[in-house]
Design a protein around this ligand. Structure first.
Ligand code: PRT
Ligand code: MG
Length: 215
């Protein structure tokens, strides 16, 4: 009997970089999420379907069993927490880093040295809180949902904590990266209950992905 499997993915870079891994598992997605408005995509395997969800919602879908498995950035997972999620693989895709950046004319080193409170704007409040606490730096965190780069430019914050890949976005906004907090890549996350009830089909996918990423 073929048990049905639901995979949660976000559009964009994670979707693109997941296609070769799916191929290694013999799975081909039949719709292009950039062209279709469908949120449930069929695959060449009648018992496998793909949900298109916001990147930050992937852990939520998998945690509550709306999807059996999903692919999500380490950044998103650290913010969400990993309750109910089994994380068997680092897929080494959608790689970037999470860093502290400031305006080129802001003296970050002396602000930190002087122990003044730093105003930090970020979507990643859990990661930022943990990082500055470990350094003993007092911060006021300002939660944003996007375009963090703007905050230091208009005086909303002294610094931002954000993802950096090429660094072009920082450069285009006269910001400089002053500290690298951690490297980020995407992980496979699996619903722990589904792993018990659909062990074989999920193991098959996990093993194919593992082979494709050389683990
Ligand atoms: O875009 P949306 O609001 O829907 O959601 P999202 O931003 O959470 O999703 P998405 O698809 O943009 O990112 C999904 C995951 O991709 C993130 O959670 C990361 O794990 C990973 N990833 C890898 C990145 C980047 N690289 C990246 N460069 N996510 C975002 N960026 C941003 C970066 O912050 C900067 O603003 O892309 C911009 C360009 O980066 P530079 O340095 O190349 O200029
Ligand atoms: Mg984005």
């Amino acid at each position: 009997m073929n048990q049905s499997i639901t995979l949660a993915l976000s559009k964009g870079r994670i979707f693109e970089e997941t296609l070769p891994l799916l191929k290694a598992a013999g799975i081909v997605v039949l719709d292009d999420p950039e062209k279709s408005r469908k949120l449930i995509l069929a695959t060449n395997q009648p018992h496998v379907r793909v949900l298109v969800v916001r990147a930050t919602d992937v852990p939520t879908y998998v945690q509550y069993g709306g999807a059996d498995l999903g692919i999500t950035g380490r950044d998103t997972l650290l913010e969400h927490g990993n309750q109910g999620l089994y994380q068997p693989l680092d897929l080494q895709i959608a790689k970037c880093r999470i860093s502290v950046a400031v305006r080129a004319d802001f003296d970050y080193a002396s602000a930190v040295r002087q122990g003044s409170r730093l105003r930090v704007a970020t979507k990643y409040v859990a990661i930022a809180r943990e990082f500055f606490a470990s350094k003993g730096v007092h911060v006021d965190l300002i939660k944003l949902y996007g375009s963090m780069e703007l905050a230091p430019l208009v005086g909303l914050a002294d610094a931002i904590v954000d993802l950096v890949s090429t660094g072009n976005t920082l450069k285009a906004n006269q910001l400089v990266e002053v500290e690298r907090i951690m490297d980020i890549s995407s992980r496979l996350v699996v619903n722990q209950a589904a792993l018990k009830t659909k062990t074989q089909p999920l193991r098959d996918i996990i093993n194919a992905f593992a082979g494709a990423v050389g683990q």
